[in-house]
Ligand binder design. Structure first.
Ligand code: CP
Ligand code: NVA
Length: 305
């Protein structure tokens, strides 16, 4: 059983493989079975940042597994008026069976996990977005029709953001060969790159064309993550050469597929032409959030899963 998911490093390779298989099963059987591992269980969803995919897919996924999702915005909770995370965690842990949280400081999610006594799922912090990265592994597995060992992924853009950090951990765990194409100012986190987690490899290139050479998948994320809005102009100027456009796509392997966690800022980090091309699998990727998150929840609450 998975006890918590604060980063991808909270699961091992066996749990990852089980999660991928269960996600495929839940996807194939959606609407056709009576699998209700969350029956009688309430899951709080605490959000301090905007969300479309994460909020909707968790809400629907919890209901489909038989549970009760309780959506809470921090602006309307006492934690938004100064109550500590520790006290909030102790109170929430007496009401609900699990907590999904999206917030700014990763340490707040750690505090919640430490003090609530119930399983906690990180639904995005400034530093990590594990549910998205695990879904990305699932989407790539679907695209290659099997395991990911040796598959080449190029992530291009802001190498310092939550998605880059999580893709580093996910790639290591799944045996993916990840290249991050990012400028010095938005370089990948060296400590995370050094983490020992699995057989995958991670390297950093400052030339986006070198980063995508031979890539099976090209991945990008917004240049201005939530909470970085004050740096928008500086980020646009520095990251402009890292736009995923058709010239860059042509430098990759002939059958390269395009990934984006979404929301996309069209014609900033990715052009319309690439986003809407037949190489793009971004909407399969978005759909898969539902199936993978249901598998994560099942592995937390069903001892047989
Ligand atoms: N990719 C992702 O987490 O999307 P949302 O911000 O819409 O939840
Ligand atoms: N890096 C982005 C991811 C959005 C899903 C952000 O944090 O805003």
């Amino acid at each position: 059983m998975i006890k918590r998911l604060l980063t991808v490093a909270d699961i091992n390779r066996k749990e990852l493989d089980d999660m991928m298989s269960l996600s495929a099963k839940l996807k194939a059987e959606r609407g056709k079975n009576e699998y209700k591992p969350l029956a009688g269980k309430s899951i709080a969803m605490i959000f301090a940042k905007s969300s479309t995919r994460t909020r909707v897919s968790f809400d629907i996924g919890i209901v489909e597994l038989g549970g009760y999702p309780l959506y809470l915005e921090t602006g309307k909770m006492q934690v938004g008026r100064g109550e500590t995370i520790g006290d909030t965690a102790k109170v929430m842990g007496r009401y609900v069976h699990g907590i999904v949280i999206r917030t700014y400081d990763h340490s707040d999610v750690e505090g919640l996990a430490c003090h609530s006594g119930v399983p906690v799922i990180n639904a995005l912090t400034d530093d990590f977005h594990p549910c998205q990265a695990l879904t990305d592994l699932f989407t790539m597995r679907e695209a290659v029709g099997g395991k990911l060992d040796g598959v080449k992924l190029a992530y291009v853009g802001d190498g310092s953001c939550n998605m880059a950090n999580s893709l580093i951990l996910a790639s290591k765990l799944a045996g993916v060969e990840l290249t991050i194409g990012a400028p010095e100012q938005f370089a990948p986190n060296k400590a995370i790159m050094k983490r020992k987690l699995g057989t995958g490899t991670v390297r950093w290139e400052t030339d986006p064309y070198k980063a995508v050479a031979d890539a099976d998948f090209i991945y990008t994320d917004v240049w201005v993550s939530m909470g970085c809005e004050d740096e928008a102009e500086e980020r646009f100027n520095i990251l402009k050469p890292f736009q995923v456009n058709m010239d860059l796509v042509k430098a990759a392997a002939p059958g390269v597929k395009i990934l984006h966690c979404l929301p996309a800022h069209r014609n900033e980090e990715i052009t319309d032409e690439v986003m809407d091309s037949e190489r793009s699998i971004v909407f399969d990727q978005a759909e898969n959030r539902l199936h993978v998150q249901k598998a994560i929840l099942a592995m937390m609450f069903d001892p047989q899963a």
